[in-house]
Design a protein around this ligand. Structure first.
Ligand SMILES: NC(=O)c1ccc[n+]([C@@H]2O[C@H](COP(=O)([O-])OP(=O)(O)OC[C@H]3O[C@@H](n4cnc5c(N)ncnc54)[C@H](O)[C@@H]3O)[C@@H](O)[C@H]2O)c1
Ligand SMILES: Cc1cc2c(cc1C)N(C[C@H](O)[C@H](O)[C@H](O)COP(=O)(O)O)c1[nH]c(=O)[nH]c(=O)c1N2
Length: 176
């Protein structure tokens, strides 16, 4: 049998938006509620586009659609908290990912504060309280570069993954 050393690549004129989304739906990701508070007001939205950038200084990125109602609050406040959701947070994720009024979103859970004043979800898997240090626009979204200034972890909770347009619990291995 002859094995070609070249990968088979299907030629395509362009990747259409729907094909791109269908492909991206196959990447499982953590689900987060991103919150802020300050002169621009209190706001929060659900985000899967969150990624670690560097640990020195401890930096992550969040992608935010510029057409979202929460956009101006985040750019004005320049602070945010990434609250990574646990397996019990499916309905909270839908609440912060829809067109629900802001007060109703926050009434559905308990919140604390750390260093920046952004709302910290008390039973999140982990929370990264951050200063927004840079904003870069790409297409429809702003990439918010965020430096973590305080952290909070709940080490007993299970995780939540968004994969194939559905939520899936991710169980932590327990000692037996
Ligand atoms: N990065 C994002 O802005 C993003 C990510 C996930 C979901 N969403 C929004 O949540 C809703 C439900 O999404 P779904 O995953 O069930 O189905 P979907 O078909 O809208 O999205 C499938 C996947 O495509 C990507 N995607 C979707 N909209 C995008 C956008 N505007 N910009 C960049 N990437 C995008 C995400 O990876 C998403 O998981 C939709 O309104 C979607 O736009 C937005
Ligand atoms: C699972 C999942 C994941 C994401 C989203 C939704 C859901 C359900 N949404 C959409 C975002 O949460 C939604 O647009 C917000 O509610 C903002 O809408 P308002 O304009 O404030 O109503 C979203 N939006 C965004 O700008 N970046 C992201 O990474 C994501 N990820």
């Amino acid at each position: 049998m002859t094995v070609s050393d070249k990968p088979v690549v299907e030629k395509q004129a362009a990747v259409e938006k729907q094909n791109y989304r269908d492909a991206m739906a196959r990447l499982g990701s953590a689900v987060n509620i991103i919150t802020t508070d300050g002169p621009g007001g209190r706001a929060g939205f659900t985000a899967s586009a969150v990624c670690s950038v560097t640990d020195s200084p401890p930096t992550l990125l969040v992608c935010l659609n510029r057409s979202a109602s929460v956009h101006s609050a985040f750019t004005q406040n320049q602070v945010l908290c990434v609250n990574t959701l646990a397996d019990c947070h499916e309905s909270l994720s839908n609440l912060f990912g829809g067109k629900t009024p802001m007060q109703q979103r926050f009434e559905a859970a308990e919140w604390a504060r750390l260093a920046t004043g952004s709302p910290v979800l008390t039973n999140a898997l982990v929370s990264f309280d951050c200063n927004v240090t840079q904003i870069t626009s790409v297409g429809t979204h702003d990439i918010l570069i965020c430096e973590a200034v305080a952290l909070r972890r709940n080490d007993d909770s299970h995780g939540l993954v968004y994969f194939d347009r559905r939520y899936h619990p991710l169980m932590r291995q327990t000692a037996c």
